[in-house]
Design a protein around this ligand. Structure first.
Ligand code: SF4
Length: 444
């Protein structure tokens, strides 16, 4: 049987889809398949309809973050109203589906993909293409007869070098994923939960392959995704600057003279204690970014300890000074409203934010969200006081503060409501789910 794969292709989540395409290109399934990119609900419905004309089955692959889950459930219902067919399987992937499979199944998706999707998508295509039960595909959750999410076992994880970060076949490029997983355990963060509490680094040679492919395709800018840029090559909290330099030197060597390397800036960041004069001098030799993003989160030592950040407030200011002296504009991430944050903690953060601004840096303000999968999923966000917001507005007026903190406060309320509706419980594992359990119809 053939399968038409429709990617619900949203700007916010292209990296995840590109990684799946990279996997399908590196180790193609036996099942013949096509790929379509759908950038709106209407386009998704149209691609599903087209897929039903040319293939035996249609797999619609979704990926989303927790704050977007509710809006995308509405979108899914819209698409189903336009085209609903038993040969179509809507698969939710990404961090929210991993953390809350029951929520996404109840919201209307047929299958939740749990954890890393590369191997899962290859096996899922072959299971669907051979009409095999989904029980053989690890890394999924499907409904049982009672509607309860049952898991098919942990997803198979591989070294990052096994698959490309992006798709050559469809010319879908993007940042190169340098490192997956994180040894730190910040209580608000989904990364260690979604992947693992250790670093898995892409090798320098594999990064070189990516850069060469990008240059061959006419690109000149290289960016990376990594939880903490200066942790490249290490398995400890101590950076390995030689490993970082080898990486950046290799990337530079592959780029044309007008090529640019962005490291420690969007879409990645550095930890404050890793910002040393040596590290900044080394970066200056290779990188093209004029700014560096530093994860601070709070100016309160008490809140930094409570959130298990693994550093205090003082290293943040040191990092800002060192980065600025090296010629980088520091953009510093702050997270307001963490559980247990009181007026003194908020005041300490605002003082640090103002000091950052006075040193020429910018504050990237976030509001705490109780994200699924994190230790703080069920924690009550602290109240963000009017005085804090007044200071935000004053800093923003100086051009020293930016961010989506207002929208995140709204997301936080929705996530807290969803968490209450879905109390934590142990996952159920079963070995009998089939395509039909997952929403397939008669005869499938
Ligand atoms: S916030 Fe950054 S350093 Fe902390 S666990 Fe997440 S990815 Fe790691």
């Amino acid at each position: 049987m053939s399968v038409a794969v429709v990617l619900r292709y949203r700007k916010a989540v292209t990296y995840g889809h590109h990684a799946l395409l990279g996997a399908l290109e590196a180790e193609p399934p036996q099942t013949p398949f096509t790929v379509a990119f759908a950038t709106s609900p209407e386009a998704t419905a149209a691609e599903i309809t087209a897929g039903l004309r040319t293939a035996d089955r249609v797999l619609v692959l979704w990926s989303f973050y927790s704050p977007d889950a509710a809006a995308l459930a509405v979108e899914l219902a819209t698409i189903r109203a336009l085209v609903d067919d038993a040969r179509v399987l809507h698969v939710a992937g990404g961090v929210h589906a991993t953390a809350e499979p029951q929520q996404v199944l109840d919201a209307g998706w047929d299958v939740a993909a749990i954890g890393e999707g590369e191997t899962t998508v290859i096996r899922l295509l072959d299971a669907v293409g051979t009409d095999a039960p989904l029980t053989g595909v690890r890394g999924l959750a499907v409904r049982d007869a009672d509607g309860v999410a049952v898991r098919t076992g942990p997803a198979i994880t591989r070294e990052l070098d096994a698959f490309g970060s992006f798709s050559l076949r469809y010319s879908k490029f993007g940042p190169i994923e340098l490192t997956r997983g994180c040894i730190y355990a910040c209580r608000f963060c989904q990364t260690p939960f979604m992947f693992s509490a250790r670093f898995r680094h892409r090798s320098v040679e594999n990064v070189r392959w990516h850069v060469k492919a990008m240059v061959d395709a006419g690109m000149k800018d290289v960016r990376f995704t990594t939880p903490t840029s200066l942790s490249y090559g290490t398995q400890t909290e101590e950076p390995d600057l030689d490993a970082v330099e080898e990486l950046l030197g290799t990337v530079r060597a592959e780029l044309p003279p007008h090529g640019r390397v962005f490291f420690g800036s969007f879409p990645s960041e550095v930890r404050p204690e890793h910002v040393t004069p040596d590290a900044m001098r080394m970066l200056r030799k290779y990188v093209s970014n004029d700014n560096i993003i530093i994860g601070a989160q709070s100016g309160s030592d008490r809140m930094l300890a409570a959130s298990r950040r693994g550093h205090g407030a003082e290293p943040v200011l040191d990092a800002v000074r060192i980065a600025a002296e090296a010629g980088f504009r520091p953009n510093v991430d702050f997270l307001f409203g963490m559980p247990g944050e009181d007026a003194a903690d908020a005041e300490a953060s605002l003082r640090l934010a103002e000091a950052v601004a006075d040193l020429g840096g910018r504050v990237h303000a976030h509001t705490f969200m109780p994200l699924p999968g994190t230790p703080w999923r069920d924690a009550e966000p602290a109240f963000v006081a009017a005085e804090t917001i007044t200071t935000f507005d004053r800093l923003a007026a100086r051009g020293a503060l930016y961010g989506h903190w207002r929208r995140q406060a709204e997301h936080a309320e929705r996530l807290a409501e969803a968490a209450k509706a879905y109390p934590r419980r142990a996952p159920r594992r079963r070995t009998t789910p089939t395509w039909r359990d997952a929403g397939g119809g008669e005869g499938i």
